[in-house]
Design a protein around this ligand. Sequence first.
Ligand code: TYM
Length: 338
Amino acid sequence: MTQTQFTPRVFSGIKPSGGLTLGNYLGAIKRFVGMQGQMECVYCVVDLHAITVWQDPRELANMTREVAAGYLAAGLDPTQSILFNQSQVSAHAELGWIFNCVARVGWMNRMTQFKDKAGANAEKQSLGLYAYPSLMAADILLYHATHVPVGDDQKQHVELTRDIAAKFNHDFGVDFFPLTTPVIEGPAMRIMNLRDGTKKMSKSGDSDMERINMTDDADKIAKKFKKAKTDPEPLPDTLDGLKDRPEARNLIDIYAALNDATAEATIAEYAGAGWGKFKPALADLAVAKLAPIADEMARLMADPAEIDRILGAGSEKAREIADPILRQTYDIVGMLRS
Ligand code: TYM
């Protein structure tokens, strides 16, 4: 069956589980802001996803606000994009259930992120962590989103979303859900840990020195880049020369992404430079770009009621799109409505 033309719409989300990192900023938020105005955008703080691992109920609401503050401080405009938190739109959980009944256990067993997170302890993880990708598919398909900007680590989940959409359409003989395109492009698809260039930069690493947090001040940012692991070689003149140098490659990618440049142009600019030259330049660039965002986040967080108001208004707009799509889904599946 050829697909209907769906109106272009962007959806993406971030979990409020721990602070935002430079990986979240460059791999997601900065790119979300860049897509604003190009098509309709729906951006979510996915609090239902956060509780797949334990979250302190006294902190969760504030972490939700902090992710919203990160979006806003980075330039997301709630009059142009829809910005809301997932649990205020109950259709996410409802469609997630339907998709639990569409997705196959074998598909979930292939999800590498679950295997990485669960490790040898899979039996002790929540059922929610295992089923998480079908809720993510619901997040996306509830808006008939056609484009999903994410970092590289989410690629498999967006591919699974396509599989769920295709199976739903096939099983029910409809052309109802779009086959969403993951948008994974630019130099920041996978920002790595500053102490080990083979590991992803994440919110939950052992040491704070491994990552840049979006709330770090100028001194911390400069110190972390100064202490970032590198190797003794100067920078080569092409990216090929960085093949087996993951830490060096990561710092070039970070510089490029912060500077709105390509990694190719960045390596050409710094060809032959030693770390004594490159690291201070990177730290200065990062401080210039990130410190104003951190300041704005702090300003926004001082007025939590205003953030709550923005998320509430966004949730209303989200429900206007989501509720009719959920109702049609129920009709397709055959749920009785009195
Ligand atoms: P989460 O909260 O782990 O990460 C949010 C976004 O940040 C990106 N990201 C990175 N990008 C580059 N380098 C890194 N080191 C890095 N770390 C994180 C992620 O790829 C992601 O785009 N399952 C999702 C949240 C989600 C979602 C959705 C996303 C739920 N529903 C629907 C898109 C559409 C997650 O856990 O992201």
